[in-house]
Structure formats: structure tokens, C-alpha cells
Design a protein around this ligand. Sequence first.
Ligand code: AHG
Ligand code: MN
Ligand code: MN
Ligand code: MN
Length: 334
Amino acid sequence: MKRISLTQYLIEEQRLHNNIPAELRLLLEVVARACKTISHAVGKGALGEVLGTAQSENVQGEVQKKLDIISNDILLEANEWGGHLAAMASEEMETIHPIPNRYPMGEYLLLFDPLDGSSNIDVNVSIGTIFSVLKAADGMESPSEADFLQPGSKQVVAGYAVYGPQTVLVLTTGNGVQCFTLDREMGSWVMTQRNMQIPADTKEFAINASNARHWHPPVKRYVDEMLAGSTGPRAKDFNMRWIASMVADVHRILNRGGIFMYPADAREPDKPGKLRLMYEANPMAFIVEQAGGAATDGQQRILDIQPEKLHQRVPVFLGSKNEVELVTSYHKAK
Ligand code: AHG
Ligand code: MN
Ligand code: MN
Ligand code: MN
């Protein structure tokens, strides 16, 4: 089989489909290279002294793992000097990171969750990186947080890497979803899946069931009906998976269908879920929609939400279209 590298794929997207400008292609190459570096650090584990926690908290009050910080630094350093970006933002940084004056400023904005699934780092379970690219407004002189607050439908690229048994990179430039596997010997990304499609129906769901007592009635109803199995209202048996790394759960759904949920719940007093809109929900929603699936916050399409804050949280229901539509209809019916 002919091997298509990430570079060839991106050049052909630019040349044949006129889908991405050269600047964006080069930016993607840099992000992919940074993911390769993170994969390498992750793979060393205890031998590279990268496991365990750091002595710090991020802006969301989470204790940072060493790899959260290492991955953030790798992405910052790789992307600072290329001339394609105006600024970056990350789960691990309170506010935006403008490109330093010593480098030229480009027209794109990059957002990332440098290391997704932090609780899995030390136990050798799949983790990943999520990223999203936006275009800065024309004529923008010095970027501010407000420049990032664009709805997800404005994303020009979204992607994630999974550092698991294999390292894979999944991305969309708005023309379907492709998967590349890292060839560790050659150091290159090789296309292994073209046009990934999520089946519209599924018998598998993903939710952290330990929060069940806090769920709002629509979520409780939806999950209870699945748990009732073949003799219940859904008339079929469902299976459950929860990895606690969104990247790994979403990757499974892209490959064999399923629904992933991190709902709002009745805590404090109305917790909007856990996941962050700008660098978790939006990029994943873009990818899932490009693969024929759906993504809502229970009420509306995630990609239509007008962000108000960089680190804002949002309820997430994404994956197989018919299931996402069903749980969304339960929210609307309440
Ligand atoms: P992060 O490690 O980037 O902070 O994100 C973790 C997220 C997501 O990956 C996962 O789906 C979810 O947190 C797991 O949450 P619980 O620990 O509540 O199950
Ligand atoms: Mn975190
Ligand atoms: Mn995350
Ligand atoms: Mn993270």
C-alpha cells in the first residue's frame, strides 16, 4: 500500500482542494512535530523522570502533573518562532501567550489542552493532546483574550493526538477526518485512516457514573433507559466504557461509534460540567461533526456557543448522531 505522509496529505489539501493556505499547513506541521516530542517524553515514563505531580495548580484549581507542564512548554516553544501565530492559549496558562516581539506575528490563534487525561499519566493509560486553530480578526495589532472568544464554528483546524499503544494524530481541516499513525522508526506521521465516519447508532455509552446522584433528570432518564437493556424502553442491551481521558474515549467513538457525556449536574449549585469549551469541547465537536456525528451541550450545538471566557466549562454530549439527538431531546422536553 502506498504510504501517504502527513506532509503529503497537507500539501495535497492545499494544492488540489485549495482547502488550507500554506501558512496553516506549516503551522500544522509544527503542532504535529510538538506532539511527536510529547509522545517521546510520555513514552519514557519513569525513566525520563516525567511522572508525578508538580508543586503547582492551574487556573482551574487542578494540581498540575509534571507532564502537564512539560507538554505545555513543548507546544509553546515549538510554535513561538514559526511566524504563523499571533498568540496561544492553554488549559495550563491563566491568560493568553502572545508571540514574543523577537519573532514575526502571524494571523492564527492556537488553543490547546497540552495533556488530556492527566489522572492516567502515572498509571500508563492512554492520554493525549487536543488543539484548535482560529483565525485572528483582520488588522488585529496586539492579540487579547477577546480575540479568542469565537464560536467553535469558526475553527479552521481541530485535532488531537493519543499517546496509547500507538501514537496517532487525528485532524480535520473542514474536509473530513483523517488519522495518522506515528512511525516511530522513521519519525513520520503516516495516514492510516481516511474519512473516519461515526455510525449513527450505537450500543455503547461513556459517562462517569460515580456522579449519578448529582445528574439532572434528562441525563438520569437517558442513562436509566439504556441500563434497562433489552426489556426496557430502548429494547437493546448497552455496554459502558469510561477511560477518563477524553481523547481516548473520543477516539474509540470515532472508530466504532458511541456517545460520550460529561453533563452539567446539581452541584455548586449548578455545575456546568467539567470540560472546557475552547480547547476540549470545541475541537472535539468539530472533529465529531466532520465524521458525521453530533455534539451538543444538551440544548444547542456546541459549535454555536458564543464563548464568554477562555476557560469556560460546558456540558458535553457527543458521538453517534441518533443518540446525541435523543439525549438532547430529553433536555428540551423537560
Ligand atoms: P485534563 O486531564 O486535561 O484536565 O482533562 C481530563 C478530563 C477528560 O479528559 C476526561 O474525560 C475527564 O476529565 C475525566 O473526568 P473524571 O475524572 O471526573 O472522570
Ligand atoms: Mn487538567
Ligand atoms: Mn483535558
Ligand atoms: Mn489537560
